[in-house]
Design a protein around this ligand. Structure first.
Ligand code: KG4
Ligand code: ZN
Length: 339
């Protein structure tokens, strides 16, 4: 096994610190992720606290994943780290750590866009994904449809004009008093609800483009809840969860399938936290099968933020010698891009 070379991958863009060892043939050799429950009392992630906790966790996690993989520093081919998008302080902690390691043990530094990492989570469980492929990237902060001509050449073909799909799940759950993060809670509740209970609006339905919009839906949910009693909402929370889930997921499925059909795309990759959603998985598989398109999802545990996906996105960059200079900076601008 040691004849192979390995990438040490690091992820610290939000509130999860993660380190992983990934082989150049997309195997996760070891991975450890540490979440930060310290934010729970604040009703959201406290950026300064997140950075400090990343500093505390990064070294320990790196030592442990190396130990678990039975590797030492000379076995590493490169160190990869996400540098965008995310909380700037959190990104800087990961990047500074990766730079020091790159310099001190003389291995190349590979910088990765976190959203590209989400797409490459698919490569860890599906070998030989041949481009072109279409990626639907759906997370807490992003909703993008991206066409990959090759593993390193891609173009955005659609995006949300306002809120992201995951953000809409989270805000809707808050309005229904369900808790955070809202996606998994709505997903679970929806399983026992009636999706036809209320027809929330489907945004940009008839528009001839591949953009999404969720701010109108958010307002519609807010108005609906304001006009009902608390006991009505509590009694029908499963029905409302199912109706809201349908309004969020339907445009994602329809527009992705339409693009694939009209542009003769044969492979769709699902990426990001919302790719864990049961309705999205089921309906995308069903609609794609009808037009003979293959849909790939990462395994559940790799849908959420993790370092293995960063390592996977680093493989093609490693193969092409696309290394970063030590003067590189982290930045927080949204979007799937080449960094
Ligand atoms: O990709 P991710 O872990 O973090 C970001 O980079 O944003 O995505 C987190 C988002 C949250 O908005 C969460 O509510 C949503 O993914 N999510 C889900 C499900 N699991 C997580 N949304 C719908 N259904 C799920 N099962
Ligand atoms: Zn993410």
């Amino acid at each position: 096994m040691k004849a192979d070379k390995f990438i040490l991958a690091l992820e610290s863009s939000c509130d999860d610190t993660s380190a992983a060892i990934v082989s150049l043939d997309y195997r996760v050799v070891s991975q450890l992720t540490s979440s930060q429950p310290q934010h729970d009392n604040f009703g959201g992630v406290l950026p300064e606290l997140a950075s400090r906790l990343h500093m505390r966790n990064m070294m320990q996690l790196t030592e442990k994943v190396m130990l678990r993989a039975d590797l030492s520093f000379p076995d590493l081919a490169a160190v990869a780290v996400s540098i965008n998008p995310g909380l700037i302080g959190s990104l800087i902690v990961g990047l500074a750590f990766a730079k020091s390691l790159s310099w001190s043990i003389s291995i190349p530094l590979i910088t990765i866009n976190h959203m590209l990492g989400h797409v490459f989570a698919n490569h860890l469980s599906h070998q030989h994904i041949a481009p072109p492929y279409l990626a639907l990237v759906v997370s807490g902060g992003h909703t993008e449809l991206v066409l990959f001509e090759s593993d390193i050449k891609f173009t955005q073909v659609g995006k949300t004009l306002d809120d992201a799909a995951g953000e809409t799940f989270d805000k809707a759950a808050k309005m229904l008093h369900l808790g955070y993060p809202g996606g998994p809670l709505i997903d679970k509740l929806a399983a026992s609800g009636d999706s036809g209970f209320y027809n929330f609006p489907l945004a940009l339905r008839s528009k001839d483009n591949y953009n999404f919009s969720y701010s109108g839906l958010k307002t519609a949910i807010l108005q609906y809840c304001a006009n009902q009693s608390a006991s009505f909402i509590s009694r029908h929370k499963a029905d409302l969860a199912a109706s809201i889930q349908t309004a969020i997921i339907t445009p994602l499925v329809n527009k992705t399938i339409r693009y694939a059909r009209l542009n003769n795309i044969k492979t769709i990759l699902m990426a990001g936290g919302v790719a864990a959603n049961s309705m999205l998985r089921e309906s995308m598989l069903k609609e794609a099968a009808a037009i003979h398109v293959n849909v790939l999802f990462p395994p559940m545990e790799l849908c959420m933020d993790n370092a293995a996906m960063v390592g996977a996105a680093a493989v093609p960059k490693f193969e092409q010698g696309l290394f970063a200079d030590l003067a590189v900076n982290a930045f927080s601008t949204k979007g799937l891009r080449f960094v």
